[in-house]
Design a protein around this ligand. Structure first.
Ligand SMILES: [Zn+2]
Length: 376
């Protein structure tokens, strides 16, 4: 609606210019018939108005996920033990920015879980259903989620942001060690500040203030803060972390559970899942707040025999997301359950699955060839 208002103001301004004559048009000698010029401009304005018609969207909601960004590829792709993992499953800051530009050009618009689903009581049953999603005509909705924004130990020293912090303006920035070994605070680093900057420059990329969803574990703390039970700095870390979480939530970021210890749900017993989920509730949910969203580690699902899915539902999760080649969604109408899959923006898909992602972006325009030290 904000867009409409903005457009209305600019329409009024143009109409004012047309009726009273702006100094620039007044001074310019035009060989065109002014009435033709006027009708052409009015037609253009009408065309613009048509573009921001809000229409109900009922189709597929795309969902793309990424891991924390590689700010300094020279530190990530240095041939050490983690190089291959980081090359296959991660993207650089430059690649993420390129992908955002492509998504925007291809008419995608960010949407938030809170604007997609709601719980309703139907025949005495609580069910999760799709909300009426009103979007500017022609726009296609997309969720962006971030897995493991935890600054896990294997990421440290690999040119990845080690902590989300406040910069001097009170905005969220990344705290990262550069190739010279110095720590810097910069917005040109991690997904949170990069997406915030992109939306500031392209406000129509975000519907109703939507940002991304942060899927986090807890075994090494969250967002770079070592708030886990066995951390020696737990109290002071918790204090700082809560301020960042509050800012993120105020800015429109949503949180999801990515389990506590990142187990493969298909392979663990119900007992281990209970233990893992209890830890997540105690150490993470107590900080980030209640969430219905569970993003499964490795995209794997509990087996039917283990009863793991039922257990997670009983613990309050109703929207589940795995990994798959398409943005799949199934809403179970007889129970409070939504099963979805997300597509992965990472080195593996950029380098090997270009054709599967052309509806979102052209990988050839996204790949950071220089950072990855590969040729076009
Ligand atoms: Zn993960």
């Amino acid at each position: 609606m904000k867009l409409k208002k903005k457009l209305f103001i600019s329409v009024c301004f143009i109409i004012m210019c047309l009726s009273v004559g702006c100094s620039s048009t007044k001074d310019t000698k035009s060989i065109k018939d002014p009435t033709i010029e006027k009708s052409e401009e009015v037609a253009e304005i009408k065309e613009n108005i048509k573009e921001v018609n809000m229409v109900k969207y009922e189709g597929v909601i795309e969902h793309l996920f990424v891991h924390p960004l590689i700010v300094y590829p020279e530190l990530a792709y240095d041939g050490d033990y983690e190089s291959n993992t980081l090359s296959k499953w991660f993207v650089t800051t430059k690649e993420f920015k390129n992908a955002l530009g492509e998504l925007y050009r291809n008419n995608y618009i960010l949407v938030a879980y809170k604007d997609i689903y709601e719980e309703k009581t139907i025949d005495d049953k609580t069910l999760t259903v799709r909300k009426d999603l009103m979007l500017p005509e022609g726009k296609k909705p997309i969720i962006i989620s971030v897995d493991d924004l935890n600054a896990n130990k294997y990421m440290l020293g690999n040119g990845i942001t080690e902590k989300l912090v406040f910069d001097k303006d009170g905005e969220i920035a990344g705290y990262v060690k550069n190739p010279e070994g110095k720590y810097i605070v910069s917005k040109d680093t991690e997904i949170v500040p990069v997406l915030e900057t992109f939306i500031k420059e392209h406000p129509d990329f975000s519907h109703n203030g939507a940002k991304g969803t942060l899927a986090i574990t807890g075994f090494e703390g969250i967002l770079g803060y070592r708030i886990q039970q066995n951390s020696i700095n737990r109290e002071s870390e918790l204090k700082e972390c809560k301020k960042i979480v509050e800012k993120l939530k105020n800015d429109g970021w949503e949180f999801a559970s990515h389990s506590y210890g990142h187990p493969n749900l298909e392979k663990i017993s119900l007992e281990r899942l209970v233990n893992d989920t209890t830890k997540w509730h105690n150490e993470v949910e107590s900080v980030v707040g209640d969430t219905k969203i569970y993003i499964t580690p490795y995209g794997s699902w509990p087996t039917k025999e283990s009863g793991g899915l039922k257990y997670l539902k009983d613990r309050g999760f109703s929207i589940f997301a795995g990994v798959g080649p398409i943005s799949y969604e199934k809403i179970y109408k007889d129970q409070n359950l939504v099963m979805t899959d997300r597509r992965n923006l990472d080195g593996g898909t950029l380098l090997n699955k270009r054709d599967k992602f052309l509806d979102l972006y052209d990988a050839n325009l996204v790949i950071d060839y220089k950072g990855r030290k590969i040729s076009k």
